[in-house]
Design a protein around this ligand. Sequence first.
Ligand SMILES: *Cc1c(COP(=O)(O)O)cnc(C)c1O
Length: 396
Amino acid sequence: MTKSANSLMSTYARKPVTFVKGEGVWLYSNKNEKYMDALSGIAVCGLGHAHPKISQAIADQAATLTHTSNIYHIELQEKLGNKLCQLSGMDAAFFGNSGAEANEAAIKLARVYGHHKGINEPTIIVMENSFHGRTMATLTATGNRKAQAGFEPLVPGFIRAPYNDAQAVKKILKNHTNISAILVEPIQGEGGINIPASSYLTELKTLCEQHEILLMLDEVQTGNGRTGEWFYFQHDSIQPDVLITAKGLGNGLPIGACLAKKYVADLFVPGSHGSTFGGNPLACRAALETINVIEKENLIDNAHSIGTYIVDALKNKLSTNSHVKEVRGKGLMIGIEMNTPCVELVDHCLDKKLLINVTAERVIRLLPPLIFNKNNANDMIETLVNCIEAFTDNLK
Ligand SMILES: *Cc1c(COP(=O)(O)O)cnc(C)c1O
């Protein structure tokens, strides 16, 4: 690998392409080549790129007021908090600037809740294969040894269970009296689009009620319409105690939210937690407009129907390919699990001007924007299936 010719830390093995413009599902490179974006900046730009309503709202807000400080009341932040609570059934919001920051707020809530219950060293149950962010606490919560290696000592106060195994969680709760919360992704995104049994979240919810601990759902990736509901837990008709979201919330402006039920949220008092930038007028305006467009354009229904269409078509077209283990998805969060490592497919698709991702080494991850239409879907499917067939033909 050649050393990069710029002054950035090499935290990413970047693809050899630079995008300078976007429009809807399309991105344009500095060579003026057009790419289809089936990744949405990793589940961020749900409304596609440069959505006119979002661009207008941001421009208007930038010309009005971008930042004051959480020392003062922020009208747009209150409005966004109310809207998110209304959409999710939660009672109060804290705003940060990323998924990791929103998870940090949740982790602090779990600890303060534990102490409030008289637990000395409150501990959070987290899952194998999970992803919660790159700060020290969220990295510790993350179930990926590779991501943690070299950054020890990790943060105490976490215990790990296998994913999609409520019995294992039950056993931990039986053997440990210091648990204050469970932190879990409703679908594991980075971990490989792992969709648990339909009873899983409900079983965890029951355990949380029995043991009076918090169910904290990390919906950073699954939230904001991605899976065909505003939040994934709404498929299961349960209510978490703490809900974390970010990625798609601001359609590209950095914003994350930690939402909580009143009995949890009330444990924070002035001085407990904070953020300089979190919930500033610019980010909140973008998020409010994002929610507005999702509602007006019925994009959650679209995510559901186009997602179902894509999964069915991929299942059909790949059914005879012995290297394809499973096609699975919920809404527009879609994975194709191969029985062989397949990271090269990202480059092969890039050559064909299609942006996808491979996670957990052998799971092709598709996160198209919520505005994807049937033509877009058919184009994506054709290119992708051709690339997969060419790739697996070469394996024989
Ligand atoms: C991306 C992601 C995060 C981290 O979000 P950042 O904005 O990168 O800090 C946390 N949890 C889940 C489930 C994610 O997908």
